[in-house]
Design a protein. Structure first.
Length: 167
């Protein structure tokens, strides 16, 4: 990322957050969120899989932009997609949770999860939320109220576990 100040030195309070439907994403936002997902899930994790799974059009998208005003948003550095109940799981769900590598250690992941749960709840009402978490991040998601809801399984060669957050 071309910046004079590394992301990790910035406060997560300087992020601008947007929670929007697929057709409300700008072209730049769509490009940046797909680039971020590819950088982390395909390149960094060395996992060759089809990230664009056809579900993005049915999701609400939470984007954390770096320190700009709405309408003039900067680089997307945190992202998650949220689904109504019945699309990915019987329950509502959050997936593709990702932060740019330079933002890790800044608390951006925790802010992202808090905002994702809050946005999902505000949009669809209080209800259980199910995720398919990478098993190595089980403790992270437990900090946000999620509990293991099944045995670990492999997805695209990476250990995952379903987790459920009660309403």
């Amino acid at each position: 990322m071309n910046r004079t100040t590394p992301i990790s030195r910035l406060s997560t309070t300087s992020f601008t957050w947007r929670f929007v439907a697929f057709n409300a994403l700008t072209t730049a936002e769509l490009y940046q969120l797909l680039q971020l997902r590819s950088e982390v899930f395909v390149v960094e994790q060395a996992c060759v899989f089809q990230d664009m799974d056809g579900a993005d059009a049915q999701a609400m998208h939470l984007l954390g932009h770096l320190g700009e005003e709405p309408g003039q948003a900067g680089q997307v550095v945190a992202y998650a997609r949220c689904f109504a109940a019945g699309i990915k799981f019987a329950e509502s769900s959050i997936g593709r949770v990702v932060t740019h590598h330079d933002a890790r250690g800044s608390g951006a992941g925790h802010v992202l999860m808090k905002k994702a749960v809050a946005c999902l709840t505000q949009h669809w009402g209080a209800q259980p939320i199910r995720i398919g978490a990478q098993a190595r991040l089980e403790g992270f998601y437990q900090q946000h109220g999620f509990e293991a809801a099944g045995a670990p399984y492999l997805e695209d060669g990476i250990a995952h576990i379903e987790m459920l957050r009660p309403a």
